[in-house]
Design a protein around this ligand. Structure first.
Ligand code: GMT
Length: 378
């Protein structure tokens, strides 16, 4: 198949999932066209069957705002028409699904038929909570997509609660290529952060408020009073400078490292003993899955799709949102007993294997085939 993938190309989970999906489809000999405003972070070198089309906007003196959605629409029309695409797969309703709908209608006017699939990752849905004026556009885009997917049962339920959904929402969980996350020897890297074999706690995110990183710091303070431990924080975003300020005030500040955004996180994850994700909400929690793929148990919250990803008491421990004392207690329980830690690590990898790309990719391929068939037999 010839597939156009529209995504946000930055460090967010949806961009990572969309990029990895495209790369895996290309390996299976599908032709994949990424359409977005900058090269996706995880794309790497352009391989066989992969093409990248940049959406470039320019400032018009007359417009207060750059009309990105219209430029994207025109680009979609162009790529579908000249690359003869079979299908568009857009990640996020706003503005990608609405742009895909518009492109579809323009193409129909030229007797070209193209179905589009919308994948919901959660942020569109939370956006509406903040700004209800988006509701009609998201509602329309969902209901006019050829097919819709959500990354967890929880997100499906939330979407159905917030919108007047007439379409079936297919749950296709996020995935991971387990093999890509295994590192054999990284002692050198471990010594850099934990020279005396201290335990390592890690957190990775885009440092938005929703991630509640203050809970990581508060729990770390409690844990540090009991055992020798280091904290590595990976990522960047709006909360970083205030968190760094907070960390500098801590008596344990010498044990906290901020590494900024990294293109590859497996090096840090493979030296970690615990991954912290104390989010307020998370439609899935891709970073938790990445941690488990590196055999790292997850300390997280009972919220959104997290309980579908992390099994409480097996591959990690889940607390109520904000209960950092409980998170610290759970971490100490796991870390204070080597046998227990080993068991959790093994379970984490086993749990991650359930989301291996080999199991999830065929679900997308089947959906694509059904969608194309349904659209052309309409
Ligand atoms: O979590 C973020 O801040 C980024 C966001 C995004 O839109 O890329 O992530 C969302 O999509 C990911 C991939 O499906 C999910 O793993 C994250 O849980 C989800 N984030 C939220 O729901 C807050």
């Amino acid at each position: 198949m010839k597939i156009g993938i529209v995504l946000y190309p930055t460090f967010g989970g949806s961009g990572i999932v969309a990029t990895e999906l495209g790369k895996e489809l290309a390996k299976k000999n599908h032709q994949v066209h990424f359409i977005t405003y900058t090269e996706p972070v995880r794309l790497g070198e352009l391989r066989k069957n992969i093409f990248y089309h940049e959406v470039t906007t320019s400032d018009y003196p007359l417009f207060k705002y750059t009309p990105y959605e219209q430029v994207l629409t025109s680009k979609l029309v162009d790529v579908v028409k000249f690359e003869k695409l079979d299908l568009l797969h857009v990640h996020y309703a706003i503005p990608h699904a609405s742009a895909a709908y518009m492109a579809q209608q323009i193409l129909l006017d030229q007797n070209i038929k193209i179905p589009f699939i919308t994948s919901l990752h959660g942020t569109d849905i939370t956006l509406v909570g903040k700004d209800p004026s988006f509701e009609p556009v998201i509602n329309f885009s969902i209901n006019h997509s050829s097919s819709v997917t959500a990354v967890s049962k929880s997100l499906k339920k939330e979407t159905e609660k917030l919108f007047k959904v007439q379409k079936k929402i297919n749950v296709i969980p996020n995935f991971i290529c387990i093999q890509d996350y295994q590192l054999v020897n990284n002692d050198f890297y471990k010594k850099r952060f934990a020279p005396n074999n201290e335990k390592i706690i890690c957190h990775i995110s885009n440092f938005r408020k929703v991630k509640r990183i203050q809970d990581v710091l508060a729990a770390f303070e409690i844990i540090s009073k009991k055992i020798a431990v280091k904290l590595i924080l990976v990522g960047d975003g709006p909360e970083r400078s205030s968190l760094e300020r907070l960390s500098r005030e801590s008596v344990y500040s010498n044990h906290i490292y901020y590494l900024g955004s990294l293109k590859s996180t497996k090096e840090v994850l493979n030296i970690s003993d615990i991954f912290f994700l104390p989010s307020l909400t998370e439609s899935f929690g891709l970073s938790a899955l990445e941690a488990m793929a590196c055999s790292v148990p997850v300390i997280s919250t009972k919220t959104g799709g997290i309980p579908e990803v992390v099994v409480h008491g097996e591959s990690g421990m889940l607390s109520n949102v904000g209960d950092f004392k409980n998170m610290a207690k759970n971490t100490l329980n796991i870390l204070s007993n080597e046998h227990q830690l080993k068991k959790f690590k093994a379970n984490a990898l086993k749990q991650a294997q359930k989301f291996d790309v080999k199991k999830i990719l065929p679900l997308y391929e089947k959906l694509y085939e059904d969608c194309i068939e349904g659209h052309f037999n309409k």
